[in-house]
Design a protein around this ligand. Structure first.
Ligand code: ADP
Ligand code: MG
Length: 333
């Protein structure tokens, strides 16, 4: 059953039926983007992500504009994870009868405003009717130099694990939208923005790629535990995360108190953060962090890659807990 296989078990299973032909494919299934060699020193990146009404968004909680922007942002985030510069997009939508043209134009304004911000050209797509929910699928292309391409599988034992922003904000924002009458409180604005208007960390991805000190990267779309798990598995390593290094803001703490939630649960397993997680050579970390902060972004050390295959959380008390991949999984959810 799909429920037992899980989303990633399913992808593993069908990937053996998706053979590649020719040696221009550097990566097919298994990374944030497919990576294709197009010249001796340049790679084409291609990624695609689908958003389904009631699974990924609710039209009563979100404007069409923000749904459109997010549908593109999640793809730009995958280009960022590979260290690339996004270039082109194709937008496909399946539209139920109840959606009107005004709503759809607002959706497209959301897509095209974010596209303009990243100088991405929308070059086509497909349109069909849907008998049930709205479905939006976007495909994005991008480019990287061959020696500036970031993969999930290159982490080394001893590399610093760093993230390019707050974790758990999007999950907290969603819970506030669903369950709190105080969600419009100013203190919660960053949490709601993280959920409704995620900003892809393309600039950070480029700095990491150019630094030549980043051994692996992924974007956190399913949750720290799951996405760190992908890097660990593909790099043949384990990881140690230090609770005291995980950024915990007043906004997150207050939201957790109000909703009687555990902020660590949001940080470890909440999905849709769309920050980058990187494996950075420890001796180069200060230099890379400086370059990222000079560009007005963040790079926060949260732990180390270690030998073995287990992921551990060292609590502030010194107690050690296992981290299991418990982030978002479509079939286990
Ligand atoms: P991300 O969260 O970075 O968007 P996913 O977890 O969606 O990545 O996908 C992981 C890998 O599996 C990617 O290489 C993606 O292209 C591939 N993949 C996902 N679904 C399918 C599918 N139905 N058929 C073929 N490849 C797939
Ligand atoms: Mg990704």
């Amino acid at each position: 059953m799909l429920k037992d296989l899980g989303e990633f078990g399913f992808i593993d299973r069908i990937s053996s039926l998706c053979k590649t032909h020719g040696n221009d494919v550097i990566r097919g299934i298994g990374d944030d983007c497919a990576i294709i060699k197009i010249s001796p020193d340049e790679n084409l990146l291609i990624t695609t992500d689908m958003m389904v009404e009631r699974v990924h968004f609710l039209v009563n909680l979100q404007t069409a504009h923000s749904i459109g922007a997010k549908a593109l942002a999640v793809n730009l985030s995958d280009i960022a994870a590979c260290g690339g510069t996004p270039k082109q997009a194709f937008v496909s939508i399946a539209i139920p009868d109840c959606f009107d043209v005004i709503w759809l134009e607002d959706l497209y304004r959301g897509i095209s405003e974010l596209a303009a911000e990243f100088e991405v050209d929308i070059l086509g797509g497909d349109t069909t009717r849907s008998l049930t929910d709205m479905v939006i699928n976007i495909l994005v292309t991008g480019f990287t130099k061959n020696n500036e391409t970031l993969f999930r599988n290159g982490a080394h034992d001893g590399d610093i694990i760093a993230v390019s922003g707050h974790l758990g904000y999007s999950a907290a924002g969603l819970e506030l939208l669903r369950n709190s009458s105080n969600s419009s409180d100013q203190i919660y604005a960053p949490l709601l923005d993280a959920h409704l208007k995620p900003k892809p960390h393309v600039g950070v991805g480029r700095i990491l790629a150019r630094s030549q000190a980043c051994n692996a990267a992924i974007d956190i779309s399913d949750g720290l535990s799951s996405d760190l798990g992908h890097v660990c598995k593909q790099s043949g390593l384990g990881a140690t995360i230090f609770e005291e290094m995980l950024p915990l803001s007043e906004a997150l703490t207050q939201a957790a108190l109000e909703l009687s939630a555990d902020p660590m649960e949001w940080i470890l397993n909440g999905g849709e953060d769309y920050v980058l997680l990187a494996a950075i050579r420890s001796e180069e970390f200060a230099k890379v962090k400086l370059a990222v902060t000079e560009a007005g972004a963040d790079l926060i050390e949260i732990g180390r890659f270690v030998s073995g295959s287990e992921m551990k959380l060292i609590k502030k008390s010194g107690m050690v807990f296992d981290i299991f991949p418990k982030g978002w999984d479509h079939f286990r959810a």
